[in-house]
Design a protein around this ligand. Structure first.
Ligand code: IMP
Ligand code: MG
Length: 187
């Protein structure tokens, strides 16, 4: 039986970086900012799944602007906790971005390669504007120059899981953002 306090995998965390209450407060603030910035615009939100799924679901419910949602899937080859090689778009969007104001949402900005590639692609398809929103920003890991327009939290250079972020597709359901104990990622 799962504990009433949360999934048993919470025990795999070395420590919690961002609590559920802090995530909730920050998403309310981001939502308010987006509502101001896009007050008179019809918005197309593009979530990079699976990682951005939970963040996007909570963020969208704070937003008052008329909007549509689409998803795309990007993938890099991974060895352990490190992405190697260039990200590839493996599942394309369904909606046409031409002439649209696009808000790209991802879970975390790490090397910057994924968002730089996807933002470039959407601009090339003729979007009217492209902005990016990430829950987490690991500035120390940047490999290409890229900054998000909206950032939930800046975090230190540690591999994190929870609230949509995974290790080997696990831990996405944790309600907080935390650092895995090394024995669980073989570090
Ligand atoms: P980037 O292309 O290096 O910026 O990486 C972006 C993707 O790598 C994110 O969308 C995540 O899926 C994954 N990623 C980067 N850092 C972490 C982490 O600390 N935990 C889990 N996934 C991560
Ligand atoms: Mg991801």
């Amino acid at each position: 039986m799962p504990s009433p306090k949360g999934p048993p995998e919470l025990k795999h965390l070395d420590h919690v970086l961002v609590t559920p209450a802090a995530i909730k407060r920050r998403i309310a603030a981001l939502g308010a900012q987006l509502n101001r910035d896009y007050a008179h615009k019809d918005l197309m939100v593009v979530a990079i799944v699976n990682g951005a799924l939970i963040f996007t679901a909570d963020l969208l419910r704070q937003m008052r602007s008329p909007l549509r949602l689409d998803c795309l899937r990007a993938s890099s080859y991974h060895t352990g906790t490190r992405a190697v090689g260039e990200p590839r778009i493996v599942d394309q969007m369904k909606l046409d971005v031409k002439g649209q104001h696009v808000l790209l949402v991802d879970d975390i900005l790490d090397t910057g390669k994924t968002l730089a590639a996807v933002a470039g692609l959407i601009k090339a398809k003729g979007a009217a504007s492209v902005r990016t929103c990430v829950l987490l920003d690991k500035k120390a890991r940047r490999a290409v120059p890229f900054e998000a327009d909206y950032v939930g939290f800046e975090i230190p250079n540690e591999f994190v899981v929870g609230y949509g972020l995974d290790f080997n597709e696990r831990y996405r359901n944790l309600p907080c953002i935390g650092v895995l104990r090394p024995k669980y990622y073989g570090g």
